[in-house]
Design a protein around this ligand. Sequence first.
Ligand code: TRP
Length: 449
Amino acid sequence: MQDERGLWSSKFGFIMAAAGSAIGLGNIWRYPYIVGENGGAAFVVLYLIFVLLIGLPYMLAEFSLGRATQLNAVGAIDKVKPGTKWRIAGFMGIITSIGILSFYGVIAGWTFGFIFKSIAADTSDFGAFIANPLIEIGLYAVFILMTTLIVYKGVASGIEKWSKILMPVLLLIIIGLIIYANLLPGSSAGLEFYLLPDFSKITFKTVLAALGQAFFSLSLGLGLMVTFGSYIPKSIDIFSAAIIIALTDAAIAIMAGLIIFPALFAMGENPASGPALVFIVFPQLFMQMPGGAIVGAFFFVLLSIAALTSTMSLLEVPVSYLVDQKNLKRSKIVWLVAAFVFIIGLPSALSQGSVDFFTNFGLIPLSLSPPDFLSQMSFIFGDMFLTIGALILCIFIAWVWGADKAARELEIGSPLFAKFAPLWKILIKFVIPIVVFVILLGIFKISGV
Ligand code: TRP
């Protein structure tokens, strides 16, 4: 993340920063459990369609607004249409990033805790681990603290340098685990669940979940990519960069599924185990593997770093707004926002068995989300708010600012985009807003709200 208004020094640096935000627990933790809850392969097909036809074109829109205005989302909207209600899209992004960070931090805490659990070859039950309030809150606090320190000290660039080296290593481990998991007896049933679509399993809930996951995993809908876009030099080809970012992110998620589902079926676990899913499956996989304690610890270190590059970007959304638009002091505001996030996340931390009220919270009907507070936050902010925010921002860019202006911005530095511009304009003006709107309407209908 960049503090002073600077520019990414290279296309590679920009791609790595955006991919660092996109690739995280969304790919390796959230994606598999959402696939599991939504019946497998048919969901995967929908998800991929949404990444290509909605996520990627929408990502281009956020980048173009950012590069054209050189501002964060709220600032950019104000510049295009000063003093209008459209700013609400920016505020939605700020609220949503706080909501997401609050439950994401809890899971990041589990990831961090599993480094030590792996080293200690501690095989105790996962259910007991997440139902222990002290451990839950402690790990969650540590992770939020690490994120805050990084955003406070502005050492994000250091973390990014490290992730350039470490993320390829994560990829290698993932490939190794795919091979290992698919050699386990009984794993082929998992591959079938994951790759052979049964379209009768598709419901409105599945469709929204796939759309929400596409936005979530690509870090879209909060205006974060507007801010990232504002650091892109005019010489960089945004179009090809966005293709690389979207495909890499989707590929990592697909690969995570290629480990989880074969392993899960080989172990006789339930694919619909909710947010705990990968924390049940990965440790068992490492346990039966030669040298698994070390591989496991290393895997969770890398996953923690991937999570950290995402939590950094999430915390940066409210912080950069308060610093840029309200002239507040970064060093103070970081702590205030982090403390606020921490408090909002406490019910999520206590919702996995330690406090009954939060475990069976159930504000959102069961037809849409499991009842625990964490899953419900993931649904409200990670699916609903994100999607609504994306819809408003999309309409703003396509209709208020203008798809033509956005397309012209994208053509700078990218001769190839000119060929796709007519298609892109149709997607951003009509297809994306209509599809997203219809899906959201469907949700209100089935939830009876
Ligand atoms: N994309 C990240 C992941 O998959 C999560 C995330 C980070 C995010 N920053 C975001 C999601 C901004 C939406 C918006 O883990």
